[in-house]
Ligand binder design. Sequence first.
Ligand code: NAD
Length: 264
Amino acid sequence: MSRRRVLVAGAAGRMGERLCALLAEHPELELGTALERPGHAALGRELAPGVRLTESAVDAMASVAVAIVFANPAGSLELTRLAAKQGVPCVIGTTGFRPDEKKEIEALASRIPIVLAANFSVAVNVFFHLAREAGRLLGDGFDAEIVELHHAAKIDAPSGTALRIAEAIAEGRGTGRDRSFVLAREGETGARPAGSIGVLALRGGDNPGEHTALFLGHGERLELIHRSATRDHFARGALRAATWVLQHPPGLYDMEHVIGLRPA
Ligand code: NAD
């Protein structure tokens, strides 16, 4: 069996480092190219035999079967444009895209298969499913609030995962996100708007990510909690998505498709 060459973008970052390390668990894949932003101090470092950290995205994309991108939104979008031009399927883990950037990724997915997920953990995707069901089954009598905690270096808030949990609850309730999400509270806020979903972000330390969804009723509450102790389950999920995306036609997918919670 010939191994499929993988491009890892953001390869010297926290996620990139784990992706390169855990590629060893996939005999069908190999590190083809490791990409970093121009000027990065680690450029030229050998990450696997014969694979040095490079800044040359055009050359990098030309020689791989699939790209895995955990970088910043602008760089990730640029790489996805390049991948679409060269017909390379993509797995995108970067969070913090603006709505217009997400729209462009959606458009690029008409040319290549793309798995875009705010969270590649299998357990977190089951969390989305449970949150959707809780939204559907608990109905109007329960207020939904989401609290997330991440390491001090995270640059976007609230987390993409917290927003995805809120979307799942809204989907379950049959309501849209625009009217109902409350991302900050300060001063005289007035009473909580009925049907709203609060999303609050805590930052500090080195925590890779914790999410709690609270469904607050009268005299009772339901909590769903996911806690990450390392980043490895995100990396393992992204590598599973890379194998999956190679077998699918152009289109925009998420991790719920990859693990079979939604039909592809
Ligand atoms: P990080 O800052 O440690 O790593 C990002 C790396 O990308 C850096 O090394 C940076 O130099 C590099 N980079 C920036 N622009 C680039 C470009 N144009 N080309 C190539 N490389 C470039 O961050 P991290 O903790 O690894 O997270 C990266 C992203 O992944 C963030 O958006 C984070 O929120 C997200 N994330 C997603 C998941 C998930 O499961 N979807 C899990 C963890 C983190």
